[in-house]
Design a protein around this ligand. Sequence first.
Ligand code: PLP
Length: 279
Amino acid sequence: MARVLAVLGVGVVPADTPVLRADDLGVLRGDGVFETMHVRNGEPWLLNEHLDRMARSAALLALPLPSRAELVELAGQACAAWPAETEGALRLVCTRGPEDGGPVTAFATLAPIAPASIAARLDGVAVATATLGVPAEARTEAPWLLGGAKTLSYAVNMASLRWAAQQGVGDVLWVSVDGYALEAPTATLVWLADGVLSTVPAATTGILAGTTAAYLLSQAEELGMRAAERLVRPAELHTADGVWLASSVRGLTEVRSLDGVPLGPSPETTRMQKLLGYV
Ligand SMILES: Cc1ncc(COP(=O)(O)O)c(C=O)c1O
């Protein structure tokens, strides 16, 4: 359970306080947006980038967000109630509100990072590919598919992770019907090949534009690497010099097997995690 709960316009309340009406469209339709940030030293890391993405998500849903200042204040209220020496996961959530109209609902939760996510930073993760059922570029032609929006409709993402557990692996790499690797249900794909640190282009595929991967690639030069965005097929990842899943909560987790093919370990993993501030 979240240890901290803050509600827009109210502030911090006991973490088990009910905050949504039963007819809130966020509950009934998954109609809302959210962001999850890594809290370190008592502050959300990459707050501006997350708020920018939340604004883009809300625009795709035509959802009227609270002002940026209000969202910053809400995040600050939650962080102020959290021990600064402990890392945490801050969620900012905005739902469309009651079905018969009314204001959006906005709240923030702050919770400890799941032990499994922390362990995976050291141990890596076994991954299986699974189809997402769409061609790589389908979502850019169909804005109603909400490519690139971080909406509350994560049932498919969670079902994918349950399927992974049934296969005996820790995560999924979604693949398009035309055979390209896209992203994981809660993380961005990053790989290293011939000195180039790459990720999948969000603009043409409708995957979520990951803030962690974007930061990592912006620092590629520091790592003595070049950065690129391009499409990749899973078979190419089998021979890469390193494959990782990046997200705000996990930081960077190395993919240690893909569809049963052993990968790594990469000597770059710890250096990259340090650069991201997760070690
Ligand atoms: C579908 C999806 N892709 C990628 C990511 C990684 O994004 P970020 O690095 O901004 O956490 C997430 C995590 O929020 C996600 O849910």
